[in-house]
Design a protein around this ligand. Structure first.
Ligand code: ADP
Ligand code: MG
Length: 577
């Protein structure tokens, strides 16, 4: 059914069209922080000071010492499609600034109260302008301000109560802001960046001489210690930055920073190039950590694709993809050239070998000790006095595999795979009212975070407790891990805690905290932690495999153990597992 008379077309009032634009640009307080800080960086600021109140819903203030705004342009700055960064169509093809659409301030002014005070430093006077989206009143006048600009945005979405309902808790919104500021601080090494929340300084990157220091402050000492620095160029492209080595992977894609000409971007194809370069280096389901800067002539890319400018269209995507892939692969293999490659154990399907076929156990016992190390006696809490009946530990191969003799056969056991299996089975069988057996840590593991656990009702802590992990606050910004489940005895607890907290922040934000994901994290840490193989823990592990119902006399259990004959053993000694 069509109405008899078509609806007439009307031009939208400016405030409404700005509110529509704001829908794309201003999703949450963090978007305001992003737009304001980008303006400060475009104005050449050497110092940016960000003050946030109540997760940004009450106030966001950004002060810089940049070029300032001409007093006669103050009002224009708040209008849509008004910018100083672009004048002609050609300019659009060679954008070097972060902003260029002239839409940010007008969008913000459509959904919140805004005031700007600015001084160009040329005159003694600063000018201020304020705008209220409901009364639509402008206030302008002289003010006092050092060279630079301060923009204050308050009462976000007060002109659009419906949008306000989509905001999350103060703490969650602040986590978004923190991440946004971190990204910006990593894009401007020569600008000091400070962030305060409710009057507390939570980030203070003052050092403008050392990118290393800034990366360490923002991504942690462990990242810098285990990162490979790279700088590759070809005729038209440069890729530089830091990538985590093969030990530095995470359960989330949360520490992947890729910049294009200093602008953070999300690009599925380029991320893919990086992921593939890492695929042989890190376990499946784990994600690399990197801070990478891709630089090229601006005319080779179109940044005018996405309102918030996160996406970019490249002229030669394939070439860039291959360049990035090559750079990362070289950097990763360069560092590890020469070391034995360790591949997962796969089943010896259909090999048909039986115990009787395998000669040479006597020789195995005489093996060159450089290759086959005795398994040391353990001091671990989680030990077994002896291996299961008919089984004898012969030694370890590398720091992941154990060679055992069982009923005249040789077994090569993947300790990491076995631990993972045990943890997974144990967690899968955990009843709703049950919790894992844990033990207190003599010295709790502590971690410093710049925000508190975003867990107001304690739900995440409760979930962790069921898994045998007791998390406690110890003063502002410090979180302690006090107990661990016995099955994680061998894990690297610092990394485990980092992963859990990172997951808690994200899951809480997304409201998807799940025991399944936590299970995956524990599984991973159970298998990847310790490189010390000790008799006690290996014995205990073998007993547990038997308890879990696995038959150690079977030919193989994919990913956990397999039978060996002497030829295979010789190959292992020659080439690694
Ligand atoms: P865009 O950044 O896309 O140009 P904005 O709406 O963010 O659009 O800003 C409009 C204009 O206001 C900018 O082009 C710039 O000239 C001016 N401006 C905004 N913030 C600042 C600042 N902190 N310092 C100097 N000029 C600024
Ligand atoms: Mg801008």
């Amino acid at each position: 059914m069509y109405p008899e008379n078509p609806q007439r077309i009307r031009r939208l009032p400016e405030i409404l069209s700005n509110q529509i634009a704001a829908g794309e640009v201003i999703e949450r307080p963090a978007s305001i922080v992003k737009e304001l800080v980008e303006n400060s960086l475009d104005a050449g600021a050497r110092s940016v000071d960000i003050q946030i109140e109540r997760g940004g819903t009450r106030m966001v203030r950004v002060q810089d010492d940049g070029s300032g705004i001409h007093s006669e342009d103050m009002r224009l700055a708040l209008e849509s499609h008004a910018t100083s960064k672009l004048h002609t169509t050609e300019d659009l093809l060679s954008i070097r600034t972060l902003g260029f659409r002239g839409e940010a301030l007008s969008s913000i002014a459509a959904v919140a109260r805004i005031s700007i005070i600015s001084s160009t430093g040329n005159s003694n006077t600063a000018w201020s302008i304020g705008f209220d989206p409901i009364t639509r009143d402008f206030n302008t006048g002289p003010a006092a301000h050092p060279a630079g600009t301060t923009v204050t945005v308050s009462n976000l979405f007060y002109s659009m109560p419906a949008r306000k309902k989509f905001l999350r808790s103060e703490r969650t919104e602040f986590i978004y802001i923190l991440e946004t500021v971190k990204r910006l601080a990593l894009s401007a090494f020569d600008t000091a960046v400070r962030l305060q929340h409710n009057g507390r300084v939570l980030m203070d990157c003052r050092d403008i001489d050392s990118p290393d220091n800034r990366v360490r402050d923002l991504l942690g000492q462990a990242f810098i210690d285990n990162a490979i620095e790279l700088d590759c160029r070809n005729d038209s492209l440069r890729l530089w930055g830091w990538i985590g080595d093969e030990t530095m992977h995470r359960s989330q894609v949360d520490r992947q920073y890729l910049y294009h000409n200093n602008r953070i971007i999300r690009d599925r194809k380029l991320n893919h190039a990086i992921r593939v370069a890492y695929s042989e280096k890190i376990p499946p389901g784990r994600y690399p950590v990197y801070v990478l800067y891709l630089e090229m002539d601006p005319s080779l890319a179109d940044v005018n694709v996405h309102p918030a400018k996160y996406e970019i269209r490249f002229r030669e995507t394939r070439e860039i993809h291959d360049f990035i892939h090559g750079c990362i692969q070289n950097a990763l293999s360069g560092q590890y050239a020469g070391s034995a490659r360790i591949a997962p154990i796969t089943a010896v399907a259909g090999s048909g070998s039986t115990c009787e076929d395998i000669p040479g156990i006597a020789e195995v016992r005489e093996f060159n000790r450089d290759y086959l190390h005795p398994v040391p006696k353990s001091s671990s809490y989680f030990t077994g006095d002896s291996p299961p009946a008919d089984t004898r530990l012969l030694g370890s191969v590398g720091n992941r595999y154990v060679l055992a003799e069982r009923k005249e056969c040789l077994l090569l056991i993947d300790v990491a795979g076995a631990r993972k299996f045990i943890v997974r089975t144990r967690l899968e069988k955990l009843g709703a009212e049950e919790s894992l057996v844990s033990r207190p840590l003599l010295v709790p593991v502590s971690i410093h975070v710049s925000y508190e656990l975003p867990d107001p009702e304690g739900g995440f802590q409760e979930l962790c407790r069921r898994f045998g992990l007791q998390l406690d606050y110890a003063g502002p910004g410090t979180i302690l891990l006090r107990t661990i489940p016995l099955i994680l005895e061998e894990a690297d607890l610092q990394r485990l805690l980092e992963d859990i907290l990172e997951y808690s922040a994200i899951s809480w934000t997304e409201r998807t905290a799940s025991s399944l994901k936590l299970t995956r994290i524990l599984e991973h840490h159970a298998s990847s932690g310790s490189s010390r193989l000790e008799q006690g823990s290996v014995n205990a592990l073998l007993h547990q495999l038997v308890l879990a119902g696995l038959d150690l006399d079977a030919n193989a259990c994919p990913g956990i153990w397999r039978r060996l004959d002497c030829k295979e053993l010789a190959e292992i000694i020659e080439h690694g597992v």
